[in-house]
Design a protein around this ligand. Structure first.
Ligand code: HEC
Length: 140
């Protein structure tokens, strides 16, 4: 085997290595990113009201459905858990005003993490509630 043929074969080998490692990086990137999304679905559930980008959050249409799904079970009626009443505009607003609504769903230090015994709400849901609070807790 002469030198130039050897050099050619070497070059071919190196080229293949470059192509291979490129694909390796590409596939692992795809796998890692898909894992990430899978996990997020698992952790945070499917139901997030997060396609809405409007600046004003509607209490009745956006906030109540979240609280209804995750909070009202325990925090309505004559003996609400932890003596924390929710489920009416006045009650939800009061909880927002004293900081407990955001503090508990955001798992802020000093608050009991809510919803109790369940996964944390996803960031979209938390942001929706926060937007409503920051927007003045309108009864809209
Ligand atoms: C499975 C029942 C259950 C669910 C669901 C639930 N809570 Fe609670 N919550 C409790 C109990 C029990 C307590 C009292 C014990 C404690 O503080 O952990 C409590 C306490 C609280 C407190 C007072 C905690 C503090 O740090 O002062 C707030 C505020 C609250 N919940 C808000 C919420 C909100 C908002 C949701 C929905 C995102 C929610 N809870 C969902 C059972 C629940």
């Amino acid at each position: 085997m002469d030198r130039s043929r050897l050099a050619k074969q070497l070059k071919l080998l190196i080229d293949m290595k470059v192509v291979l490692s490129f694909f390796l990086v590409l596939t692992s990137a795809v796998i890692i990113s898909s894992c990430y999304y899978d996990k997020e679905d698992l952790l945070y559930g499917i139901n997030n009201n997060c396609t809405d980008t409007s600046s004003v959050v509607s209490y009745s249409q956006k906030v109540v459905p979240i609280l209804q799904q995750y909070c009202y079970n325990c925090h309505t009626g004559s003996f609400p858990s932890g003596n924390q009443l929710m489920g009416t505009y006045a009650a939800d607003k009061a909880m927002a005003q004293n900081g407990k609504l955001y503090g508990t769903i955001n798992h802020s230090p000093g608050f009991s993490p809510m919803p109790k015994g369940m996964a944390k709400l996803n960031s979209c849901q938390i942001n929706t509630v926060k937007k409503w609070i920051d927007g003045g807790m309108l009864n809209n």
